[in-house]
Design a protein around this ligand. Structure first.
Ligand SMILES: [Zn+2]
Length: 292
C-alpha cells in the first residue's frame, strides 16, 4: 500500500481531519538510522505527526519541527515536516532497547520519558518562528500532541499514531489521524465522535487489513457528510547537500572555521537526519573562508 495523507472535513467544516498511511516512510527512516523496534515506533509516530501537521501549514515554504525530550533512554527525537508531508527526523539513541510495557507493547512512553517537553516550532517565513511548548503527558507522543493542540493552539483534537514493527524489525504498518473540532462544532457532534473513537480498531490494525484508513474514516464520520479535500504523498527525504553543509559551516563564524582548517586535514560533517557524510579538505575550508 502506498503512503498517503488525506485531508478533509465533515459536518460542513465543523470538523476537520488528517489521516495518514506512512508505512514506507517509517521503514525508510528506521533503516536509515538502524533503529531498534522501540526507536522505530517512537520515531515513526513523530514522523507521522510531523507529516500531518506539515500539510496543515498554509504556505508552500512553511516548515514544522517537533522535538520531544523526556529524559528517557531514547535521548530525544526530532522530526521536521513540510507542507507536502515530506519529513525527515532522527532519534539520539536509535539502539534503545527496553522491555515491553505492561500491555505487552513497545514501551515508547518509557523510552521517551516524561521529564521534559514537547516543542513545536513553525517556521512560516517570518522573522521569528512560532514556538509552542508543553510538558510531556505520557511520552507516547499521540497524547502529547493532543495536549499540545488543546493547551497551545486551543483546538480540541483527537490524535492517534501507530507503528507496528514485525519480528524481523521491518515495519508492518504505520499511520495515524488527527481530528479537530472547529469552534462551530456543536456538543452533539463532539459526543458522537468521542464515542466512536472508543469503538474503532487501532490505526495499524486498519492499515494492515485491506481497507486502509478509509475504513476508520467511514466509521468515524458515518452520516456526517465527510469530504476529502486533498491527498498528499508523504515521504522520508532529507534534502541535505554539500552546498547546505557549506552554509552551515559558514554560520559557525570565521574564527571557528579558521580553527577547523588549521587543526584538521579533512573535516567530516555527518547529517543527523540521514547519516550522509560530507568531507571537506583543508583547501576547501580555506576556499570557503575566502568567500565568507
Ligand atoms: Zn541529510
Amino acid at each position: 500500500m502506498k503512503d498517503k495523507i488525506i485531508r478533509g472535513i465533515a459536518k460542513n467544516g465543523d470538523v476537520r481531519f488528517f489521516a495518514a498511511i506512512t508505512t514506507n516512510l517509517v521503514e525508510k527512516a528506521s533503516k536509515t538510522h538502524g533503529c531498534s523496534p522501540v526507536a522505530s515506533a517512537a520515531l515513526g509516530r513523530m514522523l507521522t505527526a510531523a507529516s500531518m501537521m506539515g500539510v496543515m501549514l498554509k504556505d508552500d515554504k512553511d516548515k514544522i519541527t517537533l522535538q520531544i525530550n523526556g529524559g528517557g533512554d531514547i535521548g530525544g527525537i526530532a522530526a521536521i515536516g513540510d507542507s507536502k508531508g515530506i519529513v525527515k527526523g532522527y532519534v539520539l539513541n536509535p539502539n534503545v532497547d527496553i522491555p515491553l510495557n505492561a500491555a505487552g507493547k513497545l514501551d515508547v512512553g518509557g523510552a521517551v520519558g516524561i521529564d521534559g517537553n514537547l516543542t513545536v516550532i513553525k517556521d512560516m517565513g517570518l522573522k521569528e518562528p512560532y514556538i509552542g511548548q508543553v510538558p510531556i503527558v505520557s511520552g507516547e507522543i499521540a497524547e502529547d500532541i493532543t495536549y499540545y493542540f488543546a493547551a497551545s493552539e486551543q483546538v480540541p483534537s483527537a490524535v492517534s499514531l501507530g507503528v507496528l514493527v514485525d519480528r524481523d524489525m521491518s515495519i508492518l504498518a504505520a499511520g495515524g489521524f488527527i481530528i479537530q473540532m472547529m469552534p462551530e462544532a456543536d456538543d452533539f457532534t463532539r459526543d458522537i465522535l468521542t464515542y466512536r473513537l472508543d469503538e474503532i480498531p487501532s490505526v495499524t490494525e486498519a492499515i494492515n487489513k485491506d481497507g486502509g484508513m478509509n475504513t476508520i474514516l467511514d466509521e468515524l464520520f458515518d452520516g456526517m457528510d465527510f469530504q476529502i479535500l486533498s491527498e498528499y504523498e508523504p515521504d522520508f527525504i532529507c534534502g541535505c547537500s554539500k552546498k547546505k553543509v557549506e552554509e552551515m559551516l559558514l554560520s559557525l563564524g570565521k574564527k571557528e572555521l579558521q580553527d577547523i582548517a588549521e587543526s584538521e586535514e579533512t573535516t567530516e560533517v555527518v547529517c543527523h537526519f540521514c547519516n550522509k557524510r560530507y568531507n571537506f579538505t583543508r583547501e576547501e575550508i580555506y576556499e570557503l573562508l575566502k568567500n565568507a
